[in-house]
Design a protein. Structure first.
Length: 135
């Protein structure tokens, strides 16, 4: 059962990325995570946390895309002490984009053909980050 926090994180991510863009949304979530504490020691596995971060999608009448899922997963993992990086990639043929999260060499929010995506933006764990890195 999804909790109220996962639903609110997904909602905020959904509207914020559309209204303010990814950089401002990530900056806000990074600020929120730092304001709430420097991250707790891992009290649950990364898989369980990533699953709970997107479970709220079933309750929302919105079309939640991979970017919203990835931002919510990135936030929740970092918040619970799992250093996670948010990646955004593009491919030219067929033209498409995808967002995913990497934590401890695990990839969350996967899609078929991910090896064809070129990373165009990368947001590191907030304890390591000072600003956005592009690669």
């Amino acid at each position: 059962m999804p909790n109220c926090m996962s639903v609110s994180i997904l909602c905020f991510s959904h509207f914020s990325t559309k209204l303010f863009g990814i950089d401002r949304t990530v900056t806000f979530f990074r600020w929120l995570g730092r304001a709430r504490g420097r991250g707790r020691s891992p009290d649950a596995s990364a898989e369980d946390l990533a699953g709970s971060a997107i479970r709220g999608m079933q309750l929302l009448p919105l079309r939640i895309e991979c970017l919203d899922q990835a931002v919510a997963t990135w936030y929740v993992l970092n918040r619970h002490g799992h250093p996670a990086s948010l990646r955004i990639g593009m491919r030219l043929s067929p033209l498409s984009g995808h967002a995913w999260v990497i934590c401890n060499e695990q990839t969350f929010i996967e899609t078929p053909g991910m090896e064809d995506f070129t990373v165009v933006a990368s947001y590191p764990p907030w304890l390591e980050a000072t600003n956005t890195n592009f690669s």
